[in-house]
Design a protein around this ligand. Structure first.
Ligand code: MG
Ligand code: MG
Length: 274
């Protein structure tokens, strides 16, 4: 799974375009978030996000993403033990499910990539705790996205936050640089060693994405060849923001116009606002 993709440094003008892409992506995710309730299908949730992308005349880099076969939708919608890459379809959301939506937007040649996990109806306290811890693990990592820090500092922050709450982090899927393509360097795992790895510089943009599992760090891919599930069937959770490293600290690009995240479960700690 080693990646040797290029790391790109964005100019201030490019970051403005990426922020615009991020706002559209956030609006699409917010529409998906509002759609989540028992009885809707995962296709309905995808359609809500796609309607926003269509309104802006933009597309998702997820559509036709190369894999075992071209990915067939603009979002991933993954439920309960599905970690990532769930394909929207006829599956109905049930009361007590936790539903993850991951969406990408390509706008004027730049990509935004972000995800959340939300409760449908009444979920168990255990599931709600997982949602909150994963969201907070994302912010713990973002807090370390400062020039001069290294990728290992960010990865370690995510890992520590998850593990101190008794959870596992995935070893098989990672965050990544993002820019003109969805997956650039550097890879940003959800585990790491402080002080190691690529040094962060102003103008780098990273899609940081904690993927946190309750019972195991191991996953498998379903027969549809895309959907990734926990090997033991336990719950898992995924949150993601595309974040720029700036002279003034981390800048979350995939927030709404008003600076809020498209979905908020645990609330937003004091990271740099747009
Ligand atoms: Mg994503
Ligand atoms: Mg991503």
């Amino acid at each position: 799974m080693a990646w040797y993709r290029k790391i790109t440094i964005k100019t201030p003008d490019e970051l403005k375009i990426m922020r615009a892409a991020g706002k559209i992506n956030a609006e699409a995710l917010q529409a998906a978030y509002k759609m989540i309730r028992p009885g809707v299908t995962t296709a309905d949730i995808n359609a809500a996000a796609e309607e926003v992308l269509r309104k802006y005349g933009v597309t998702s880099p997820f559509m036709n993403y190369p894999g075992p076969y071209p990915y067939p939708a603009s979002t991933n919608v993954s439920i309960n033990d599905e970690l990532v890459h769930g394909i929207p379809g006829k599956r109905k959301v049930k009361n007590g499910d936790i539903v993850s939506v991951d969406c990408g937007t390509t706008y004027e040649g730049f990509v935004a990539d972000s995800a959340f996990t939300a409760p449908a109806g009444e979920v168990s306290p255990e599931a709600m705790r997982l949602l909150k811890v994963t969201e907070q693990a994302l912010y713990a990592g973002i807090e370390k996205m400062r020039a001069g820090n290294r990728v290992g500092d960010v990865s370690y922050a995510v890992q520590q936050y998850a593990e101190k709450h008794g959870y596992y982090v995935t070893r098989e899927y990672t965050g990544h640089g993002v820019g003109r393509v969805m997956h650039e360097g550097p890879q940003v795992p959800n585990y790491g060693i402080p002080g190691r790895g690529v040094e962060l510089q102003p103008g780098m943009v990273i899609a940081l994405e904690p993927m946190i599992l309750v019972g195991t760090e191991r996953t498998r891919v379903c027969p549809d060849e895309w959907t990734v599930v926990t090997e033991d069937g336990s719950l898992c959770c995924h949150w993601e923001h595309s974040v720029a490293v700036t002279e003034n600290g981390p800048l979350i690009l995939t927030r709404l116009e008003n600076g809020e995240s498209p979905a908020q479960i645990a609330g937003q700690p004091g990271v740099e606002q747009v």
